[in-house]
Design a protein around this ligand. Structure first.
Ligand code: NAI
Length: 247
């Protein structure tokens, strides 16, 4: 499949996990891809590994929670490469605890990375997309944004907030040919979920009709669809990818 030939995509947090699989799938579909990570060495290494398997990939350091850095780095990339066609807001962190014990700094860190980071990146790419009269913004949210989850008030609030951001971006820029959608993964086998206790993983697997955690590629395929011409009339939607855990 090479439906994204010539398109330029930015994937935040593309150094591992779901973001890395999204970058791989976008490259396979013919896009040029920039992946970002928190440090330059990690981002460059991930990009080199991705490019080795085929495609044009660049890695840059970008802390999405730093609003000014996001504006500067994306401006610099656009100067070099041109305006982006696709933005995938994937970077995300967790700092779990029940509300009674959750520290203010853990609330702020999660909201600043997961929600404000998506706003900052979208704001930085929109002008370029408007000039091109087209673009795709795809936000990675989570099943828990709909369900709620014990111990994740900060994360759930950020993901639910990102879905509101998605619908607003969709309405603000639809007439300019820019779509904005969210992909809400269920439980996916990555470093983020490998940090869980085995008993908690088993208990969750029992709630998934497909009886397994998803793979990063299960999410990446939906992102490629949303970035492609096939999804030209899809905007403001949240597409759940969860093995049937939430229906
Ligand atoms: P991960 O922990 O394996 O990877 C997260 C990526 O985000 C890493 O590349 C990391 O460097 C990057 N990142 C973190 N903070 C950053 C910052 N301030 N600036 C730039 N990059 C930053 O996580 P995973 O599982 O691949 O998650 C990716 C996305 O999918 C996240 O938004 C997460 O919330 C979401 N998600 C994951 C699920 C899962 O079960 N693994 C389920 C639902 C959603």
């Amino acid at each position: 499949m090479n439906g994204l030939n010539g398109k330029l995509a930015l994937v935040t947090g593309g150094t591992r996990g779901i973001g890395n699989a999204i970058a791989r799938a976008l490259l396979d579909a013919g896009a040029r891809v920039v992946v970002t990570g928190r440090d330059a060495a990690g981002a460059e290494k991930a990009a080199a590994t991705l490019a080795e398997a085929g495609g044009e990939c660049r890695g840059v350091a970008l802390d999405v929670s730093d609003f000014n850095q996001v504006q500067e780095v994306i401006k610099g990339l656009e100067k070099d490469l041109g305006a982006f066609d696709v933005l995938v807001n994937n970077a995300g962190i967790t700092r779990d605890d029940v509300v009674m014990r959750m520290k203010e700094e853990d609330w702020d860190a999660v909201l600043n990375t997961n929600l404000k980071g998506s706003f900052a990146c979208a704001k930085a790419v929109i002008r370029g997309m408007m000039k091109k009269r087209g673009g795709r913004i795809i936000n990675v949210t989570s099943i828990v944004g709909t369900m709620g989850n014990i111990g994740q008030a900060n994360y759930v609030a950020a993901k639910a907030g990102t879905e509101g951001l998605t619908r607003t971006l969709a309405r603000e820029y639809a007439s300019r040919g820019i779509t904005c959608n969210a992909v809400a993964p269920g439980f996916i086998d990555t470093d983020m979920t490998r940090a869980m206790e085995p008993a908690a993983r088993d208990q969750l697997t029992g709630q998934i009709p497909m009886e397994r955690f998803g793979q990063p590629e299960d999410v990446a395929g939906v992102v490629v669809f949303l970035a492609s011409d096939a999804a030209a009339y899809v905007t403001g939607q949240v597409i759940h990818v969860n093995g049937g855990m939430l229906m």
